[in-house]
Design a protein around this ligand. Sequence first.
Ligand SMILES: NC(=O)c1ccc[n+]([C@@H]2O[C@H](COP(=O)([O-])OP(=O)(O)OC[C@H]3O[C@@H](n4cnc5c(N)ncnc54)[C@H](O)[C@@H]3O)[C@@H](O)[C@H]2O)c1
Ligand SMILES: [Zn+2]
Ligand SMILES: [Zn+2]
Length: 398
Amino acid sequence: MRAVTWQGKRTMSVETVPDPVLHSPDDAIIEVTSTAICGSDLHLYEVLGPFMDPGDIVGHEPMGIVVEAGRDTRLAVGDRVVVPFTISCGRCWMCSRGLFSQCETTQVTEHGSGAALFGYSRLYGSVPGGQAEFLRVPHADFGPIRVGTELPDHRYLFLSDILPTAWQGVRYAGVGAGDTLAVLGLGPVGQFAARIGVHRGARVFGIDPVPERREMAARHGVEVFDPGSDTIAAIREVCGGRGPDAVVDAVGMEAHGSPLGGAAHAAVGLLPDALGRRLMETGGVDRLAALHAAIDLVRRGGTVSLSGVYGGQASPMPMLTLFDKQIQLRMGQCNVKRWIDDLLPLVEDPADPLGIDDLVTHRVPLGAAPQAYAMFQQKSDGCIKVVLDPRKEHHVQP
Ligand SMILES: NC(=O)c1ccc[n+]([C@@H]2O[C@H](COP(=O)([O-])OP(=O)(O)OC[C@H]3O[C@@H](n4cnc5c(N)ncnc54)[C@H](O)[C@@H]3O)[C@@H](O)[C@H]2O)c1
Ligand SMILES: [Zn+2]
Ligand SMILES: [Zn+2]
C-alpha cells in the first residue's frame, strides 16, 4: 500500500510499504477513505524528530471502511468507522474513569507516556499511523466509532481528534451561557473550540495572526483579534476590565513570537538524535508566547485550558502570576471517546450547529501529502485544514 512516512526534519514522503495484517483478535483493518493532517503532525515535522525513525507511517485522524475484523472486535466487514487518535482498551482503571488518553493497557511506560497514539513517534508507541491506504486498528473492540452512511466523510472525520479535543478544551475551561471565553489560535482546534464556546452560549474572542483564520471564525459568531500589543487590553476592557472567565490555548509549543523557544526548537531539530532527545527531556523547548498571553489575559480566579501540546520538561512558567491570580490550569491529550455521545448528535444535525461544513480548505490525493504538509505549516494558499484522500489516485488509474 501507499503511506505517508516521516523521513527527517520537514521531510515526509509517500512510500510503498507492506499492507497491515491482523496481529490479534481485537484488531481490525480499515481501508482509509479520508485522513486529515493535524497541527500535532507539525510537531513531528519539527521538534519531535529525535523520537521518530525514518519510514515511520504518520497520521492520526483517519476514517474508513472495515475490510478485516478480528473475531473479538464486534465490527463487521463493510462498517464505516472513525478511528480515535488515542488507542485505549476501554476497560482499565483509567478508561473506566473516562481518562482514555491515560489508558493503562496501552501506556508507553518505557517513555513515561500516556496511552499509545497512532503515528506519533516512539514516545507514543511507534504505532503505524493513518495517513495510508490501510490501517491496522489495535483495540478495535473499543476504539472505532461506527457511523452512518448518509453524510459525507468530512462531517464525521473530525470525531477522530479535533472535535473532541476542542470540546474537552471548552469543558475544561468550564464556560457556559453568559460566560466569556478567549481562544488563542484559530487553527482547526481553535476554530472548533471557539464555535463550541458560542454553541454553549458564551461570548467568544478568537485570536490569531492569520487573516483568513480570523475571517473563518468570524463567520461563526466569534469576535476576532490579531495578537497585537493592544489585544489583551481590548479584550480585558470588554470583560468588565477583568479579562475573560477562561482562555483556551489552542496554539501549543510552536507559537509565533517567542525567540528564546525558537532557538531551542532549531537546536532540538538539528542536534544529533540523542542530544536532541536530552534537550527535550531536560530543557525548555516550548515557545511559551501563547501560554504567557493566556495567563496574562484570563481574569483573576479564571481558568486556562490548554488544548495546544507542550513538550519540554523545564519550560519556564510564571509561577508568581499563576499563583497570585489564582488561576486554574487544565490540560491534556484528549479523552476522545469520553465526548462522542455529546458530539455525534451535533455532527449529524442537518443544521450543522458547529459549522463543520466550513473547515476543510483542501482535499488532495494521499500522494500530494508532502506538499500539503508544507502548505499547512506555512499557512499558504489559505490553508486551514487538509484532508488526504487515499483512494483518489486509484480512481484515475485504469
Ligand atoms: N490536546 C490534544 O489532544 C490535541 C489534539 C489535537 C491537536 N492538539 C494541539 O492543538 C494545537 C493546535 O492544533 P491545530 O491543528 O489547530 O494547529 P495549527 O498549527 O493550525 O494552529 C495553531 C494556530 O495558532 C496560531 N498562532 C501561532 N502563534 C500564535 C500566538 N502567539 N497567538 C495566537 N495565535 C497564534 C497560528 O497562526 C495557527 O493558526 C497544536 O499544538 C496541536 O498539537 C492537541
Ligand atoms: Zn490531530
Ligand atoms: Zn484502558
